[in-house]
Design a protein around this ligand. Structure first.
Ligand SMILES: C[S@@+](CC[C@H](N)C(=O)[O-])C[C@H]1O[C@@H](n2cnc3c(N)ncnc32)[C@H](O)[C@@H]1O
Length: 273
């Protein structure tokens, strides 16, 4: 299947494989009973190839899934009426966490979203998500959303998971600027690496190998952030939360040994000031 081997698109299937594995955990961090309907022998093999050299990547995906799940719950409880999932891939939250009065919008390439909708339909799973095929950088994120019924006056939560590292910094900045200028009240969460991961200077072989493995998959990590507070400030945004996955692991899996990637992979939540 071309999707698995081609560039950043294929990473969605690899991530979905790792996310699905959490169901075997003694105390699962989250329950995602839908993600496995998107998996195939091709995605299994692609995920196994990456995990054989970089086993840590599985836990990184699982920790971040829990963070975004929890933050989404919090935002919905806090009154958010729209959820935008940029580069949604095989994210299942629009179904798993459907809520009365909340509209989900997902943007990703046409092939991924078509496959996703077909799998959901084949399994008789109803979805109220507005699927928006397109490239949110080159097609313009706000025009894509506005053409699909997005209301810029409603409180909005944006999930930007597993994306910022694949875009150049100018594009990351452009997306955040469009959100700030185009939406009255929003929050956004995204995961990120420090630049040392991108430049392979962490001194940690496991991180270097992981960066190399994704580059070999033609999905290189090209952008990292060393000071999210300064970055957000330069865009006139506030930082509501900024945690390393090491800190998250300490909370979610207190009995596990600290993970090597902990200081080198973080998640933050920003918002309008
Ligand atoms: C690593 S995957 C993450 C998928 C999902 N967010 C998750 O965490 O499970 C990256 C996804 O972002 C999508 N993506 C990256 N850049 C994009 C862009 N500019 N426009 C639309 N989709 C994009 C890719 O097609 C891919 O599905």
């Amino acid at each position: 299947m071309e999707l698995i081997t081609s560039t950043v698109t294929g990473t969605a299937f690899v991530v979905a494989e790792y996310r699905a594995e959490e169901k075997y955990a003694l105390r699962p961090l989250y329950r995602d009973r839908i993600v496995e309907i998107f998996l195939s022998e091709d995605s299994r093999q692609a995920a196994a190839r990456i995990a054989s050299g970089s086993p840590l990547v599985k836990e990184m995906v699982k920790l971040r899934t829990r963070y975004f799940d929890d933050m989404l719950d919090e935002q919905i409880e806090g009154g958010c009426r729209q959820v935008v999932i940029l580069g949604a891939g095989l994210d299942t939250r629009g179904v798993r966490k459907a809520a009365a009065g909340v509209t989900y919008f997902e943007i990703d390439d046409a092939g991924t979203l078509a496959l996703k909708q077909a799998c959901l339909a084949d399994h008789g799973i109803r979805s109220g998500v507005r699927y928006i095929p397109g490239n949110y950088v080159t097609d313009g994120m706000m025009p894509l959303l506005l053409r699909n019924g997005f209301d810029p006056e409603l409180a909005t939560y944006v999930i930007w998971e597993g994306n910022t590292m694949y875009l150049d910094e100018a594009s990351d900045r452009a997306i955040l600027t469009q959100l700030r200028e185009g939406i009255a009240h929003f929050r956004i969460s995204f995961d990120y690496f420090p630049t040392s991961v991108v430049t392979r200077t962490t001194g940690l072989d496991a991180m270097t190998r992981m960066a190399d493995d994704f580059a070999r998959m033609r999905a290189p990590w090209i952008t990292g952030f060393d000071d999210v507070h300064a970055f957000a400030g330069s865009l006139d945004l506030g930082v509501l939360d900024d945690v390393t996955t090491g800190e998250l692991a300490g909370v979610y899996r207190p009995l596990s040994a600290p993970s090597a990637f902990g200081p080198f992979y973080s998640i933050c939540t920003l918002g309008s000031r």
